[in-house]
Design a protein around this ligand. Structure first.
Ligand code: SF4
Length: 316
């Protein structure tokens, strides 16, 4: 029986970003340097496949520093941590390695600089996401106000409308954030905006690629974890760009084949914490059911790389 024809459009860029790549390398290098177990506060990146792989090598994932023994190294995840966490690790004289993405650290530094200049901060982000918690935790309580939507802007109570600046989570929807930033500027004309967008290059590029393929596809599959902010945003970007069916899947086994009956073209992308092996697994699953042609939709070429912390580059 001949298989039905289908075109798979592969977004480029997709999948791992430089911050995720570095964070995984940090855990692997820590395991090499100090042996197992190495403790990791929070999932190093939001992907079960990655976390399970590191766990098999001897990483132990915990949510709080209290759960780590004093005599083992601890790694802080790519999302960043409140200032109190490394301070507490230092007080306990633990070996701590910070895998916070340098682009998140850049936002932390921006917040600290504005605070030193007497400005109150507004953060556009998602409540409870570890990056938001980490960034807000760079300043004393009450110094960073969170807004999640345009509607939140109207209800903000600020100390002095003339002394405000805003920052954003790095993994937001570019379009939604632009709307919230516009609402902030309309309500507080003196507010200082980030010099360069806080939304990182990886988030921006992956969203651009999805927009570029949206007009060609009957369905969009985003490979990523349900707690991965940038992956969830890719689903929303696809839906907003006109994809009638835009779905987040963790891997091939999650594909709802019944929902894809009769389709002729599918767009595939992957969040910044999803490894390429899962993309290949999904392509293979399509090849098993369709006469598949793969086409690339490339909107940017990435060549960003971040160094690992000095402590891992020095001999043990
Ligand atoms: Fe860094 Fe962006 Fe990757 Fe997050 S998504 S780890 S901010 S490069």
């Amino acid at each position: 029986m001949s298989l039905p024809p289908l075109t798979l459009y592969l977004a480029a860029p997709r999948g791992f970003c430089a911050g995720v790549d570095r964070a995984i390398k940090i855990v692997e290098m820590a395991l090499e340097k100090w042996g197992a177990p190495v403790y990791v506060r929070h999932e190093i990146v939001h992907n079960k496949f990655v976390v399970d792989g590191l766990r098999a090598k001897g990483a132990v994932f915990v949510e709080e520093l209290d759960e780590c023994p004093l005599d083992r190294p601890v790694v802080f995840s790519a999302h960043g941590v409140p200032k109190a966490v490394p301070a507490e690790a230092a007080r306990r004289e633990m070996i701590a390695v910070d895998a916070t993405c340098p682009l998140v650290t850049k936002v932390h530094n921006e917040a600290a600089r504005h605070h030193e200049n007497g400005l109150q901060m507004i953060m556009i982000g998602h409540a409870g996401h570890p990056e938001t918690v980490g960034t807000m935790g760079q300043l004393p309580p009450g110094e960073v106000l969170l807004v999640e939507t345009v509607a939140d802007v109207a209800t903000l109570t600020v100390r002095d409308p003339g002394k405000l600046a805003f920052i954003t989570q790095t993994t937001l929807s570019v379009d939604d954030t632009a709307d919230i930033a516009a609402a902030l500027k309309a309500r507080f004309p003196a507010i200082i905006a980030p010099a360069h967008d806080d939304i990182c290059y990886a988030t921006t590029n992956r969203q651009m690629a999805v927009k570029a393929m949206a007009g060609k596809i009957d369905a969009l599959l985003v490979i990523g974890a349900p707690n991965s902010s940038n992956s969830k945003r890719l689903v929303e970007v696809g839906a907003n760009a006109g994809c009638a069916y835009a779905q987040l899947i963790q891997r091939a086994a999650d594909i709802d084949w019944r929902a894809l009956e009769g389709i002729r073209s599918v767009g595939i992308t992957a969040g910044a914490s999803a490894p390429e092996v899962l993309v290949n697994e999904v392509i293979d699953a399509f090849r098993a059911r369709f006469a598949t042609t793969v086409e690339m939709v490339e909107t940017a070429v990435e060549n960003v790389e971040f160094k690992v912390p000095r402590i891992l580059r020095e001999p043990a």
